[in-house]
Design a protein around this ligand. Sequence first.
Ligand code: KIV
Ligand code: ZN
Length: 528
Amino acid sequence: MSPIAPNSDPRPEALPEKLIVFDTTLRDGEQSPGASMTRDEKIRIAKMLERMRVDVIEAGFPMASPGDFESVQAVARAVRESTVAGLCRATAADIDRCGEALKDAAQARIHTFIATSPIHMKMKLRMEPDAVIEAAVAAVQRARQWTDDVEFSAEDAGRSEIDFLCRIVEAVIDAGARTINIPDTVGYNVPQQFAETIRALRARVPNAGRAVFSVHCHNDLGLAVANSLAAVLAGARQVECTINGLGERAGNAALEEIVMAVRTRQDVFGCDTRIDTTQIVPASRLVSGITGFPVQPNKAIVGANAFAHESGIHQDGVLKHRETYEIMRAEDVGWTANRMVLGKHSGRNAFRARMEELGFGFGSDAELNTAFARFKDLADKKHEIFDEDLQALVTEAALEAGNERVRLAYLRVGSETGEIPVAEVVLSVDGSERRARAQGSGPVDAAFKAIEQILEAGAELKLYSVNAITGGTDAQGEVTVRVEKAGRVVNGQGADTDIVIASAKAYVNALGKLGANAGRAHPQLGDV
Ligand code: KIV
Ligand code: ZN
């Protein structure tokens, strides 16, 4: 066993005013049914989180499957500025697998957990409380052989007995845990009560000063953000959260809401994060596009209406003095007015410069040339190219690169009043062209049936959604489809100015993903 690179010291006395942001979009977020992501998608999100200056990125649960191990390893290799964490149960095998996956990280954290509530210990673990403490201590000690940065989570702490929590927390801090995470796993707590738990732990655990207290709240009662913020007021200095509040069941606390609450109300919280808030909206779009989980229009910070003023009185007020109705500035969280940035006559240098401003660099001239050719194709169909179009272009390229086996080569649809719509499709499958023709209730249905004739995937379509990327009838349509086969759920995306083509691309993308990453374990449904 070889130790991983040491970390900078995250103890609270070194960082009294800093709130550590621990993002778990790639782990807990991915546990939402239908939100599974490929390795390349995870790398893209991780790079975005790094650009946003997230302190800790939880990249996954390496023991879940070989694919999950590879994803955590790839994120650990790709990210240099944020700590990369991996989740593991309190067993030697899980911890060692996690340590292996994180070996190449610039800063690695092992996050080990075991359940501490009476119901979980008795019904799930079938372990006595003393044995749970023993397993937790052994896990932390083993994790410390890999890295100094070890986090311990008391799963279902929100329903655990405070005396037992104090005992286990003291024991794992003595064993070397530097971060103690208190999850409200089932979203059962209310703010006052949850804050009291954090206060009691900090006051009663004798070695509490040697660790950072963290919280991880689920949103089953819609209280994840409120509970997390109450805990911050009670002295928690790490919050675990996800972009758009993605996560198991009703989700986790939303990163954007936590960050903007402490930034906007520093008078109340007395601490701040190091997040670059201008990356919030791009990150929200990226996660929503990749997972196919749309953002509701009235969602705080990242919803389309979050800064829209409909009523005349509000508009008048904002025009006279923006602070009459606005407590934050839209541009501070990354909202930009749809701006025409490039067009048909823009050259390679202008294209490269704008892409670099958006955070997309090119590894080689060949990569730049391929992306530029895509841009020119799009500019032929659409006169004004916005930032959102450029982002979709990158998504498209990444999707195709991640699914080289199957590609949409040709599509023709016939749709006319009084006639049955028909589609003719050619797919390139492993380099050879396969053709099919099918009828459907509409052109999209016909195209999907023709694709199914070729691929014979036998998957059930669970979701189909279309969004216009920008305004105007020449806007690109961004299509997300979700399909399920034998309990496995995956999403596919496609974008095009023609929404039937975008739909066909999305369907091909989803069916292509179905084969990958099969047979993974869920971290919280096992024995330990
Ligand atoms: O909700 C939870 O308890 C978790 C832990 C594994 C941290 O996700
Ligand atoms: Zn969770």
